[in-house]
Design a protein around this ligand. Sequence first.
Ligand SMILES: Nc1nc2c(ncn2[C@@H]2O[C@H](COP(=O)(O)OP(=O)(O)OP(=O)(O)O)[C@@H](O)[C@H]2O)c(=O)[nH]1
Ligand SMILES: [Mg+2]
Length: 352
Amino acid sequence: MPVNAGVDYGLAEQKYLDAKTPEEKLSALYEMVRTIPKHKGTEKARKELSGKIAKLKSQMEKVKATKKGSGANLSIKKDGCGQIVIVGMPNSGKSHLLNFLTNSNVKEATYAFTTKKPEVAAMDFIGAKVQLIEVPAVIAGSSKGKANGFKVMSWIRTADAVILLASNPREEKILLKELKNSKIYINLEPPKVFFKQAEKGISFTNENFLKMSVSSAVELLKTLGVHKASILLNEPVDEEKLIEVLDKSIAYMKAIIVNGLSELNKDELKEKIFGLLNKILVYTKKPGGKPDFNSPLVLNKGATIDDLANSLHKDFAKKFKYACVTGSTKYENQRVSRDYQLQNRDVVEIYA
Ligand SMILES: Nc1nc2c(ncn2[C@@H]2O[C@H](COP(=O)(O)OP(=O)(O)OP(=O)(O)O)[C@@H](O)[C@H]2O)c(=O)[nH]1
Ligand SMILES: [Mg+2]
């Protein structure tokens, strides 16, 4: 251990020594970089850290290339228009919520860890199918592997969004902490820092956002294996943020937090859950006909008429003449262009 290194560095180093997977090793190395004192006396140790990070990263890249991205991550086969996990502490009512929202009949009981494996069910949202998964309970220590925590966290991070079931602020705090320790950041945005390739050296745009000297930022980046980059800063950035930007193992996930089941309105809750997916429902109809409100198309938010035509059939998009929209337009059946942006629940008539 280098001179003057504090307790935090010691803990990070121990984490590194205890780490079982390359991802855990890398995460511990980042923590060591974060906590190592930045003075002349630690220069050699920082160089060594930099070397370890570079070596580990290239090893991980090689493994990834041979596995063609299948990776070590566990994930549950996706179905429907999105996959959402229900996360909560033991006995918090996860199975109850799953049964409430779907037609499943998962076992509910008053003892802890009734649910031992992921339970998958489909939630119908006005004709669209959303895949809901109850994962086994999270407890204090899950992020360190307690209660099958590594697997549970892996199932969570590969989903598209989260329903956090917490009956009180204490539970919510524990859940958010365990998720954060597992590199799952709930309702947080990635730092607004953007890297571009550069011919040589490291330079910053909006340097005034740097909450450290340029030279120490450059030093830190070099330790993390970045030697050539042009970096755009769009928000204040300290050491922690700079390391966060480079830490590709962080999953930023959207979540709704449900505090209790007693006062829930099912339709409102379903609407909120669907809202997590950044999608819209659009109904199509034949010219002169009626839309089928039981079978919507699910498109990404921001989708245009062109996207819709493409999602129907490639030929259709080619033959496309024009479309009429009812809903987001000023008038019913208003004629719109190909680049018209659709809104949730629009009804579209395409003439081809
Ligand atoms: N009346 C009522 N009972 C509930 C509610 N939520 C949960 N319960 C009951 O509380 C107990 C625990 O609920 P579960 O849904 O099994 O809890 P869980 O979070 O899935 O628990 P684990 O799978 O063990 O982690 C069961 O007996 C449920 O029937 C609720 O909103 N109302
Ligand atoms: Mg359960």
